[in-house]
Design a binder for this molecule. Structure first.
Ligand SMILES: *[C@@H]1O[C@H](CO)[C@@H](O)[C@H](O)[C@H]1NC(C)=O
Ligand SMILES: *[C@@H]1O[C@H](CO)[C@@H](O)[C@H](O)[C@H]1NC(C)=O
Ligand SMILES: *[C@@H]1O[C@H](CO)[C@@H](O)[C@H](O)[C@H]1NC(C)=O
Ligand SMILES: *[C@@H]1O[C@H](CO)[C@@H](O)[C@H](O)[C@H]1NC(C)=O
Ligand SMILES: *[C@@H]1O[C@H](CO)[C@@H](O)[C@H](O)[C@H]1NC(C)=O
Ligand SMILES: *[C@@H]1O[C@H](CO)[C@@H](O)[C@H](O)[C@H]1NC(C)=O
Length: 418
């Protein structure tokens, strides 16, 4: 089982569990499903619903559930799954079946020739031979590509043991193929519970046994995986050109398309991609889940908003508080300065208007000196209030020891602010 098969399995599982509310994969006014199978464009059921005759699907309603077929006469294959993402289909492979008879020496069996079709067998297929005493080669145009042989051991069951060369063998084929032939060589009698030997080139092998009157009856089937190709790029989609890096196929090149980011729909329909609804209405982050579906991560938005809000709010608060503090400090400084200037002017005026103190003796004190001397304009030191201001009793500032009284005048307006 390779990675592609695992991915295919995952997408199969996903398809069966959650395929609601997606835009239609079929062309407008065309049937999208047949039984359990979704039929996306370029495949289509009915005229004008497919890209060309190779992609025409016939939904046979006489089965329950209805069963889709690739209806082109050169194919006529039962369709089990269509993947747009991996650009492949799985079909029920025809297989070489050799039952007990008397004519078993060599035989050749031809697979369906896909060389003229837009399909080729993917590397996800393997050759499996179920039964014993066979040697099977897979060849193309006379070239042996791979081969395996199985030995007989009738003490172990085909059904319970894996495919490791006893009653069953398996080999991978190292290239994509458009055509193959199985060359089988018989040697001894079949010694298993199976009546027949099966040789299939596919991605799996299913053997169903049911008991009937005479014993067990077995039914074998295998799903083959085919890549499908389109020749032209599609409008409104991201398409890129692939070239099959394989000599066996010649220079096949084809386009693979996908929807642009955050769009969904069918990239093989012209303008078939639409912005994902959950993303269009998403206020958080639109993310992709492992299965390729989108979801809106509101949680990240909420936490982002919280973080943004808290940091913005915190920053703003800090700025506001800082600004207010700065404003207060500046205002206080300015006020003190103004008051100081005013006070000095007043003092000077006062001293000059009264003849008591000669101009020579006039000493101008700074506001801080006076503030200190008046014990921060202590109420207890007020001698009196006059038209010019309040008079405080202070020690002589030049000779603090002498406690010489000195009058200091202050304007009422300039009471110290705390
Ligand atoms: C559906 O399948 C049945 C049985 O194989 C066949 O007889 C019939 O023609 C098919 N119908 C269509 C429409 O192909
Ligand atoms: C096929 O096998 C039978 C008996 O097993 C033998 O007689 C016959 O010659 C073989 N034919 C070929 C073409 O090998
Ligand atoms: C297995 O095969 C041998 C001969 O090939 C036969 O004698 C034996 O009975 C077989 N055993 C079973 C369980 O079929
Ligand atoms: C396989 O069978 C084809 C068709 O019968 C034949 O042309 C080719 O030579 C065979 N290849 C081998 C390796 O036996
Ligand atoms: C094997 O196949 C033959 C013919 O197809 C049949 O008659 C026989 O019953 C089968 N045997 C078993 C055990 O299925
Ligand atoms: C593939 O392309 C190359 C260059 O375009 C050319 O030389 C070569 O013959 C081509 N091969 C085939 C099988 O078309």
């Amino acid at each position: 089982m390779n990675v592609k098969s695992v991915l295919l399995l995952i997408s199969l599982l996903w398809l069966t569990t959650a395929s609601t509310a997606t835009p239609s994969m079929a062309k407008q006014n065309c049937q999208e499903r047949c039984g359990d199978v979704t039929i996306p464009y370029p495949f289509g059921i009915g005229k004008d619903c497919y890209l060309n005759e190779w992609f025409a699907v016939n939904c046979n309603d006489s089965f329950n559930p209805p069963t889709p077929y690739l209806s082109h006469p050169e194919l006529n294959l039962k369709l089990t799954f269509v993947s747009l993402a991996y650009q492949l289909v799985t079909v029920i492979s025809p297989m070489a079946v050799y039952c007990q008879d008397h004519d078993r020496n060599r035989s050749t069996w031809k697979g369906i020739d896909l060389s003229k079709t837009p399909f080729f067998y993917s590397e996800g297929n393997a050759l499996r031979v179920v039964g014993c005493a066979n040697s099977v080669l897979i060849t193309r145009q006379g070239t042996i590509l791979a081969g395996c042989s199985s030995i007989c051991d009738n003490s172990s069951s085909v059904l319970s043991n894996g495919c490791y060369g006893i009653n069953c063998c398996k080999t991978t084929v190292p290239s994509n193929l458009d055509f193959y032939i199985l060359n089988t060589t018989w040697s001894t009698n079949m010694g298993t519970e199976l009546n027949c030997t099966y040789a299939a080139f596919g991605r799996n092998f299913i053997l169903r046994g049911k008991s009937s009157g005479s014993g067990m009856e077995y039914e074998a089937s295998s799903e083959g995986e085919m890549i499908w190709m389109i020749k032209e790029s599609v409008e409104g989609s991201d398409c890129h050109k692939n070239t099959v890096p394989d000599g066996a196929l010649g220079n096949h090149s084809y386009y693979s398309c996908s929807c642009p980011a955050y769009q969904e729909g069918n990239p093989y329909l012209p303008n078939g991609c639409q912005v994902v609804e959950v993303c269009a209405n998403c206020k958080g982050r639109c993310l992709t889940r492992i299965d390729g579906r989108f979801f809106c991560d509101e949680r990240s938005l909420a936490s982002k908003f919280w973080i943004l809000g808290i940091s913005l709010g915190g920053g703003l608060l800090f700025l506001l508080l800082g600004g207010f503090w700065l404003y207060k400090v500046l205002r206080r400084r300015r006020k003190i300065k103004l008051r100081e200037q005013f006070f000095q002017q007043q003092l000077l005026q006062h001293q000059m208007s009264s003849n008591e103190i000669s101009i020579e003796n006039t000493k101008i004190f700074t506001f801080n000196e006076l503030k200190k001397a008046s014990d921060n304009f202590n109420e207890n030191r007020i001698l009196g209030r006059g038209g010019q201001g309040t008079v405080y009793k202070v020690p002589h500032l030049d000779q603090p020891n002498r406690r010489q009284m000195m009058a200091a005048s202050m304007n009422k307006l300039d009471l110290p602010m705390v």
